[in-house]
Write a protein that binds this ligand. Structure first.
Ligand code: G6P
Length: 490
C-alpha cells in the first residue's frame, strides 16, 4: 500500500481475472461464501487486501443475484472490506465457448504439454473474443481516470491488454500469465497464435513465472510477428509500442493467514489420524489440489503402489491422502480423470490393503483453507508431482504451514517451484520407481536433515513472498510510467 502511494501516487489499481476471489453459492436455500481453489486467487487476494481497488471477475456462484451477497458490486472481504469486487455475468454460451472451450480445451492443454490434445474451434474463439471485449468494456466503465494501473491475469484474457490499450492508451497494463508458455513449435498449433501474441503485446509489462517461459514467448513473437526484439533487455516493440517481458516467480502471503487459527502440530496430527481411522503413529503423505490432469495425480498413486511392492514393510504403517477438488467437470478429460483415479485407488487398495487398513485415501471435495493447512501440518510428506506447472503454490503453502520445520516436500522438476525450492526431493513424475524411492527416502529422513531443508525453503518463501512479487511488477511499472511522462513532456 505504502509502495503504491510512493511509486504510483494517486493511481487506481484494477485486477481482471476469470476466477473471482469470493463465490456465493446457494447451499440449502442460503447464499454461502466459498473461496475457490485457485493458485491465482491465493496469490492475488492478499495483494488486493493490501492495496485496495477494484477486482473485475466472472460472477460464478449459484446464489441468486438479487441477494445482498451476490450483487454485481460488493465490498470484500465480506467481514472486513478492503476492496471492491465487480462481477461480470456470462451466459451459458459465453461460458462454454470462452471458458470451457477456448481457455480450457484449447490454451490450457496447449501450454501445459500434458499429452492432452488441444481442441480449437472457431465458435469457441468467437466467444473468447467477445468475452474479452466485454471485460474491456467493464474496465473502461470502472476506470476513474485515463491512466489506471490494470493487472490482467492469465490465459483467459490474452486479447484484453490490446483491447484496453486501444480504449485507454495511457493505462499501465501489467499482464501476468500464470501457466507455462510452450516452445514456438507447440504454440504454433493454435490457429489464432498471431492474434494472441498481438493481444498480449498491448501490455506495458508481460510477466511469466520463469525466464524459460519468457524466452519461449519472445521466440514465438520473433517467429510469428513482424516485431522488433531486443533479447538482451527482454523487450518487444510492435507498432511503435514496447512491451517488457519479465520473469516474476509468484508466491504466497507471509505469514500465511490460515496459520493464525491452526492448533499445534501434535493436535493436527492427532485429529487427521483419528478422522481417517489411522493409528496415532501412522506415517502420512498428502497431495492436495484441483482434480486436474496436469497435476500427475495418477502418477503419484502409481508411485505409492510401487513403494508398497518394493518396500512391503510400509504396509499398515503408511497412508497417502489425496485431497482433490472437482474442477471443470463438464469437460470429459476432467470427468474421466476422476473416474480413472477412483478406479486406480480401488485397485491399489485391493492389492495392498490389510484388514481395515488401506494405503490410499481419495477425498474428492473442496477443502477449506484451514482443512488444507491442517492436512499439511499433520503430514510427514507432501507430494507435488505436476507433469507441467507454471509455479505450483501448493509446494510453497506446505512449506509455509510447517512452522515446526519438519516434513519433507517431494516436488516435480516440471513445476516452476522446483527452481526455487531446490531443497525439496526433486523427482520426475513420469518415473514411477524413482518417485517411490523418493517417498521411501523421505519417510526415512532424519529430523535434522528435514529441519535443514525445511529452514532453507521457509526462508526463501518468507523473503520472496507474494507482496514482493506484486511490488516488483509495480515498481517496474512505476518506472516505465515516469519515463513515458518525461518523454511526452519533452
Ligand atoms: C490455475 C489457473 C488459474 C485458475 C486456477 C483454477 O491456477 O492458472 O487461472 O483460476 O487454475 O482453475 P479454475 O478454472 O477453477 O478457475
Amino acid at each position: 500500500h505504502q509502495l503504491l502511494r510512493e511509486e504510483l501516487p494517486g493511481a487506481q489499481v484494477m485486477i481482471v481475472s476469470n476466477r473471482e476471489p469470493y463465490i456465493h453459492n446457494l447451499v440449502e436455500g442460503k447464499a454461502t461464501l466459498q473461496i475457490p481453489a485457485s493458485g491465482l486467487v491465493a496469490a492475488l487476494e492478499p495483494v488486493m487486501r493490501a492495496c485496495g481497488g477494484v477486482w473485475i471477475a466472472h460472477g460464478s456462484g449459484s446464489a441468486d443475484r438479487e441477494t445482498v451477497d451476490s450483487r454485481d458490486r460488493i465490498a470484500v472481504p465480506p467481514a472486513q472490506p478492503d476492496y471492491t469486487l465487480r462481477r461480470v455475468w456470462l451466459s451459458d454460451e459465453e461460458q462454454d465457448g470462452y471458458y470451457y472451450g477456448f481457455s480450457n480445451e484449447g490454451l490450457w492443454p496447449l501450454c501445459h504439454i500434458a499429452f492432452v490434445r488441444p481442441s480449437f474451434r472457431e465458435a469457441d474463439w468467437g466467444e473468447y473474443f467477445a468475452v474479452n471485449a466485454k471485460f474491456a468494456e467493464i474496465v473502461v466503465e470502472e476506470a476513474t481516470c485515463d491512466d489506471p494501473v490494470v493487472l490482467v491475469q492469465d490465459y483467459h484474457f490474452a486479447l484484453l491488454p490490446r483491447m484496453i490499450r486501444n480504449r485507454l492508451p495511457k493505462a499501465t497494463i501489467i499482464t501476468f500469465w500464470h501457466i507455462p508458455w510452450p516452445n514456438s513449435e507447440t504454440f504454433g498449433i493454435c490457429p489464432w497464435r498471431n492474434e494472441i501474441i498481438e493481444g498480449l503485446l498491448g501490455s506495458t509489462i508481460l510477466g511469466f513465472h520463469t525466464q524459460f517461459h519468457c524466452n519461449n514467448f519472445i521466440d514465438a513473437a520473433d517467429r510469428f510477428l513482424e516485431s522488433r526484439i531486443d533479447r538482451e533487455s527482454g523487450s518487444i516493440t510492435l507498432g511503435g509500442r514496447e512491451t517488457l517481458i519479465r520473469p516474476y516467480p509468484i508466491s504466497i502471503e507471509w505469514p500465511p493467514s490460515p496459520l493464525a487459527t491452526q492448533p499445534p502440530i501434535d493436535e493436527c496430527r492427532r485429529r487427521v489420524r483419528e478422522r481417517l481411522g489411522l493409528s496415532s503413529d501412522a506415517r502420512i503423505g498428502v497431495g492436495i489440489e484441483r482434480f486436474d490432469y496436469t497435476k500427475g495425480i495418477l502418477d503419484r498413486m502409481r508411485a505409492v503402489d510401487s513403494l508398497l511392492s518394493l518396500h512391503p514393510g510400509w504396509r499398515e504403517r503408511f497412508a497417502f491422502i489425496q485431497a482433490a477438488a472437482p474442477t471443470r467437470s463438464k469437460l470429459s478429460t476432467y470427468s474421466s480423470l476422476q473416474n480413472e483415479a477412483a478406479r486406480l485407488a480401488d485397485e491399489i487398495n485391493k492389492r495392498h490393503g490389510v484388514r481395515d487398513w488401506k494405503p490410499i485415501h481419495l477425498v474428492v471435495r473442496h477443502h477449506e483453507q484451514d482443512e488444507v493447512y491442517e492436512l499439511f501440518r499433520a503430514a510427514d510428506i507432501c507430494v507435488v508431482s505436476s507433469l507441467h506447472d507454471g509455479m505450483n503454490l501448493v509446494a510453497k503453502e506446505f512449506v509455509a504451514a510447517r512452522d515446526d520445520e519438519l516434513g519433507v516436500l517431494i516436488l516435480s522438476s516440471f513445476a516452476g517451484a522446483s527452481r526455487e525450492l531446490s531443497e525439496a526431493l526433486i523427482v520426475n513424475p513420469y518415473d514411477t520407481t524413482s518417485m517411490a524411492t523418493a517417498i521411501d527416502r523421505a519417510l526415512h529422513m532424519s529430523e535434522s536433515e528435514q529441519r535443514e531443508r525445511m529452514r532453507l525453503m521457509r526462508e526463501l518463501v518468507r523473503q520472496h513472498n507474494v507482496y514482493g512479487w506484486a511490488a516488483q511488477m509495480l515498481i517496474h511499472a512505476a518506472r516505465l510510467r515516469k519515463r513515458e511522462r518525461i518523454m511526452t513532456e519533452d
